[in-house]
Write a protein that binds this ligand. Structure first.
Ligand code: AMP
Ligand code: MG
Length: 318
């Protein structure tokens, strides 16, 4: 169904639309989110439809303040409390045991809920004006690169959602780090801008999914779906010299010097810039008819772990 999408700069207008049962996209520091109030069951269903998101992929619940965690979680481990104390508000999602107020539509039937308190000030004001916590996946069509600007949200969702609260481009450009704190041992489910090394300064015992026994793995249903993929093929490279330009029109993104002969390139001066630009560049390549995008594969440490994860998934290798 085609509907009118209100494009606004007014946080009050966007919150009023959300509070009347609307589906509203809004800026955050990670990527743009697509929100529906957890107290609006119809809006939650419309959100899944607008994105084309499978019903078994749970949504992260966004809170305006740390104090709201108690509204959605039934209990907190000591480690969860320590991570909240250190990293909230910010680009970190914690999976916690849910309480009765969180519907199973949001958690895809799980007894746990992902919660995050964004640092972006527009997001916080929007969430403060919302009449209940806001479930919000990334504001892109399922499977495509996440939207890191309001223009990218419009490209994917214009006519499918009620409102887009316009903001600045996402400062981080990669989705939140996710840590499951609902079990015996905290587990990194998705790498992000809060790095494993930073997390371990607070909770040294955090493990990664790869080193856990299969039967111990808690579910992170979203990780089984294809993600972040542009139309162009992704080829991962560690050395620009090895790039084969017979595959053109080709593009390159990474931190190494610009390879000769590519039609489009983005040379980033830091991993932070690489993370921020990655999805924007993927969308630009698709709009420019690029066939192959060569992406530098960073090493598996610090922010490199998150960029690597997105690249592997975009390339269909994870
Ligand atoms: P997105 O909002 O599009 O970045 O996707 C949210 C991610 O969080 C997906 O990979 C979900 O599977 C994951 N997630 C959300 N809630 C939970 C939960 N309760 N348990 C495990 N993973 C979750
Ligand atoms: Mg997503």
């Amino acid at each position: 169904m085609i509907m009118h999408t209100t494009l606004t700069d007014s946080v009050e207008e966007a919150a009023a639309i959300l509070n009347s049962g609307g589906v509203v996209a809004f800026p955050t520091e990670t990527v743009y989110g697509l929100g529906a109030g957890i107290c609006h069951p119809e809006a939650l269903l419309r959100l899944f439809r607008a994105k084309g998101r499978p019903a078994d992929n749970p949504l992260i619940v966004h809170l305006s303040s740390v104090g709201q965690v108690a509204e959605v979680a039934s209990s907190l481990s000591l480690q969860a409390e320590q991570l909240i104390e250190r990293f909230f508000p910010g680009p970190l999602t914690l999976v916690l045991k849910k309480n009765f107020s969180v519907p199973y539509t949001v958690t895809a039937g799980l007894e746990t809920v992902g919660v995050r308190c964004p640092a972006n000030l527009v997001a916080r004001e929007f969430l403060r004006l919302a009449c209940c916590p806001v479930a919000a996946p990334s504001a892109n069509r399922s499977g495509l690169p996440s939207a890191t600007s309001w223009e990218a949200v419009m490209q994917d969702l214009d006519g499918k959602i009620d409102c887009l609260l316009r903001g600045t481009p996402s400062a981080i450009g990669l989705e939140s780090t996710i840590v499951d704190c609902s079990g015996e041992r905290p587990l990194l489910l998705r790498a992000g801008a809060i790095t494993l090394e930073q997390l371990r300064t607070v909770v040294p015992e955090i493990t990664t999914v790869a080193v856990t026994e299969p039967e111990e793995r808690p579910k992170c249903p979203g990780l089984k779906y294809p993600h972040y993929a542009p139309k162009a093929s992704i080829l991962l490279c560690t050395e620009v010299e090895k790039i084969d330009l017979n595959e053109s029109p080709a593009a390159y993104i990474g931190t190494a010097a610009q390879p000769k002969g590519v039609a489009l390139f983005k040379v980033c001066s830091s991993l932070e810039e690489y993370g921020r630009e990655l999805f924007r560049f993927f969308r630009l390549c698709d709009a420019s008819g690029i066939g192959v995008i060569y992406c530098e594969l960073p090493s598996d440490e610090g922010l490199g772990r998150a960029i690597r994860d997105r690249l592997m998934r975009a390339a269909g290798l994870a």
